[in-house]
Write a protein that binds this ligand. Structure first.
Ligand code: SF4
Length: 372
């Protein structure tokens, strides 16, 4: 049975991960640019799903769709795909392929079809699967997040409990290449429950990686309250990055509380100061146009953006409501003219990147090299 993977740039790391999982179980995921026999797999996010819907619906082969959008809206996706992988793919996809190859109907836990659904019985243990194989990817060190930020799909997909790949396994993959980057919702939370850092475990991990590593930059950004003397000393000592990437999201404590971010504006300012002290360039994410921000909240965010931009780089994103999140079905509010003007000026000065003015630009163009 020929199994294909529809190449979608945004899902390149999912390809690396699932290529390795499927290869181990005897299926080679052939990269294709169109659906092809016998089976074609897709990984869709909620921003590109609409672009592939007609292609999947018209495909002559069996189609399997997973990814964040499939998990958030499985019924919708089951309306045009043969099988929907709800949740993590490593175990479910390989079991599904085996079942279909052996003549089964593919009605197994973790799969939804137009007439069937049974939830997956357990979560994936990261050590049970390779981080990648032939297709090089980032090394995923942690899955799951104990936080519940209103705009974020991560805890809905991977749960609120952090699961970590063991130090030996991380090192085994990181040491295969001259340079490695990691995937984590908060790299500084490695080895911990996500709220109480374990710097001893982070240090063991970094020490075990022998080559050049980038830790705390895309795609292993950190949370601002984890930026401290311990974390910055470790990155200084063991890592190659000169930037540190974390989320501030808003300059208003009231908005941060509504978002359930679990940190304050003061945490962000302290993190920026510490970065300066340790000679890191802070790269700081902001979301503008949040549905419940007042004019004053938005001005406070602009003030914080201006402050951070004096020593750092701003990644500003216009709010987009994602299905499956607490802020699903809400609508972005307009930007004040002074906010729009200042963001434009900062962009022209090279202090700000992102899609603060037109979300469509961000999600329907091929992403640029976003790796600091
Ligand atoms: S934004 Fe980050 S910290 Fe918040 S829920 Fe998502 S992964 Fe967790």
């Amino acid at each position: 049975m020929q199994v294909n993977w529809r190449w979608i740039h945004a899902a390149r790391n999912s390809y690396a991960v699932l290529y390795a999982a499927c290869e181990r179980d005897g299926f080679l995921l052939q990269q294709v640019d169109n659906p092809a026999d016998d089976v074609t797999c897709y990984s869709l996010n909620s921003l590109n799903a609409a672009s592939y819907r007609d292609e999947i619906a018209a495909a002559d082969c069996l189609t399997i769709v997973g990814g964040p959008h499939a998990t958030a809206c499985p019924r919708e996706v089951a309306g045009y795909a043969d099988y929907v992988v709800v949740g993590e793919g490593e175990y479910t996809l390989t079991r599904l392929l085996e079942d279909v190859r052996d003549g089964g109907e593919g009605l197994i836990p973790g799969i939804m079809t137009g007439s069937f659904y049974e939830p997956a019985k357990s979560s994936v243990r990261l050590d049970a699967y390779p981080a990648f194989s032939e297709m090089k990817g980032y090394v995923e060190i942690t899955r799951g997040c104990p936080h519940a930020c209103g705009y974020c799909q991560t805890p809905q997909i991977f749960g609120h409990c952090m699961r970590h790949r063991s130090i030996d396994e991380v090192a085994r993959f990181a040491n295969r290449h001259k340079e490695s980057r990691f995937v984590s919702p908060n790299a500084f939370a490695y080895g911990s429950d996500g709220t109480n850092p374990r710097w001893d475990k982070v240090e063991h991990l970094l020490r075990a990686c022998r080559h050049q590593i980038f830790f705390g930059t895309f795609p292993s950004e950190v949370r601002p309250e984890f930026v401290c003397d311990e974390s910055l000393s470790l990155v200084t000592r063991y890592c190659a990055n000169t930037k540190l990437h974390f989320g501030a999201q808003s300059g208003s404590d009231a908005v941060l509380a509504k978002l359930r971010r679990g940190h304050t504006v003061a945490d962000v300012l302290k993190a920026v100061d510490l970065c300066r002290e340790y000679s890191f360039v802070p790269v700081v994410d902001f979301i503008v146009g949040l549905p419940f921000e007042s004019d004053d909240d938005q001005r406070s965010t602009l003030d914080l953006i201006c402050e951070v931009s004096r020593s750092g780089i701003i990644h500003a994103h216009r709010f987009i409501s994602l299905p499956g999140t607490p802020l699903a079905d809400t609508v972005a509010r307009d930007l004040l003219p002074e906010v729009e003007n200042m963001l434009g000026k900062l962009a022209l000065r090279g202090r700000l990147t992102g899609s603060w003015n037109d979300p469509a630009v961000r999600f329907f163009r091929r992403p640029s090299n976003d790796i600091p």
